[in-house]
Ligand binder design. Structure first.
Ligand code: HEC
Ligand code: HEC
Ligand code: HEC
Ligand code: HEC
Ligand code: HEC
Ligand code: HEC
Length: 183
């Protein structure tokens, strides 16, 4: 048997027997689950162990294998049906995966460069307090910083920011230039 695989299975078996309070001392707090669609999801062992008790077998290896490569990617749809984080994040045991996106998918402000006119600072915070990620991602913008440029004319026809900034859902792109551009 490959040594690394042997050690990991040994660890997996050991988790069933060692006192949980001992195990908790050496587990690293953060685990990082990559996601192309939203950016990395950070998972805190410590805050979970605090609320759930220090029993590693609550999650390992039934819900998550301790070896990242053995956890196939899971979609939010599958989580809503009770897989992965959705085993507990179901809206009853604790906050649901069908909302509260920002608890698990942190965001930061983005700057869209517009030479000559003035750069646009887009605030995720201002928008996610009233909208979900799926109102914009991935249909209007891929969650990256290299979306193809869109002109103000296209926005006035409903593309990009103009999907909402139409003068009724939110202030119009045909005026209020300085609400968005640093002029
Ligand atoms: C609430 C669920 C949960 C509990 C309880 C839990 N873990 Fe984890 N653990 C995870 C998740 C999620 C990952 C990341 C899996 C991945 O990367 O695909 C992980 C990853 C790990 C890893 C791999 C870390 C790495 O950097 O590759 C180790 C080791 C681990 N856990 C040990 C433990 C031990 C020891 C305990 C008990 C003290 C414990 N876990 C309790 C959910 C949990
Ligand atoms: C075994 C059940 C269980 C699983 C599995 C689980 N959680 Fe949790 N999680 C909880 C509970 C319970 C809380 C506490 C909520 C509260 O305080 O109301 C919590 C709290 C959190 C919080 C808020 C506290 C913090 O850590 O900042 C985040 C974020 C979170 N979970 C993310 C995740 C992610 C991401 C996954 C999957 C990788 C996951 N959880 C899997 C039970 C679970
Ligand atoms: C409890 C934590 C948690 C919450 C809440 C959460 N997610 Fe996720 N999400 C994850 C994790 C973990 C992954 C990565 C899963 C993987 O690759 O196995 C993920 C992956 C994704 C993906 C890529 C996979 C896919 O389904 O296409 C998208 C998009 C996504 N989340 C959007 C959202 C949106 C929108 C919300 C709010 C409605 C949300 N998430 C709420 C934890 C969470
Ligand atoms: C009102 C629209 C809107 C909403 C809602 C929104 N985003 Fe974004 N997001 C954007 C725009 C615009 C960009 C920048 C696109 C560009 O620069 O090409 C972006 C970029 C991103 C990026 C890449 C930038 C970076 O920081 O690396 C990530 C990751 C991202 N969003 C995640 C999310 C998540 C997670 C949510 C929900 C919590 C969310 N977004 C909600 C509009 C939105
Ligand atoms: C809701 C926010 C918003 C408002 C309001 C807005 N813009 Fe923009 N504008 C943007 C964004 C974002 C870009 C960059 C788009 C891209 O790169 O995809 C942009 C790009 C531009 C460009 C370069 C593309 C082109 O069409 O030539 C010009 C010029 C411009 N804006 C002028 C204006 C003027 C003048 C006004 C007021 C009448 C205005 N903008 C109002 C967000 C806004
Ligand atoms: C899915 C709908 C939606 C999209 C897409 C959207 N916005 Fe907004 N935006 C809103 C709503 C709703 C408000 C709050 C109502 C208002 O201020 O009129 C808002 C408010 C704002 C504000 C004022 C709040 C603040 O201080 O940040 C700015 C600036 C803004 N948006 C810029 C942008 C830019 C730039 C884009 C494109 C990159 C964009 N928005 C795309 C819905 C959207």
């Amino acid at each position: 048997m490959h040594l690394r695989i042997f050690l990991v299975s040994l660890l997996a078996t050991a988790l069933l027997f060692i006192p949980a309070s001992f195990a908790a001392r050496w587990v690293a707090d953060m685990a990082y689950l990559p996601s192309d669609a939203t950016g990395v999801v950070e998972f805190s062992h410590y805050s979970h162990l605090e609320v759930l008790g220090r029993d590693c077998t609550t999650c390992h290896n039934r819900i998550f294998h301790i070896e990242a490569g053995k956890n196939p990617p899971v979609t939010m749809g599958e989580m809503e049906q009770g897989k992965s984080c959705g085993t507990c994040h179901d809206g009853e045991r604790t906050f649901a995966v069908s909302a509260n996106c920002q608890f698990c998918h942190p965001t930061r402000p983005v700057t869209l460069a517009v030479p000559d006119v003035g750069d646009v600072s887009f605030s995720h915070e201002a928008h996610t307090s009233i909208l979900g990620c799926s109102n914009c991602h991935p249909a209007l913008f891929r969650p990256t910083t290299d979306n193809p440029p869109v002109s103000m004319t296209e926005m006035a026809e409903g593309m990009s920011c103009g999907a909402c900034h139409d003068g009724s859902t939110a202030f119009s792109v045909e005026e209020n230039c300085d609400f968005c551009h640093q002029m």
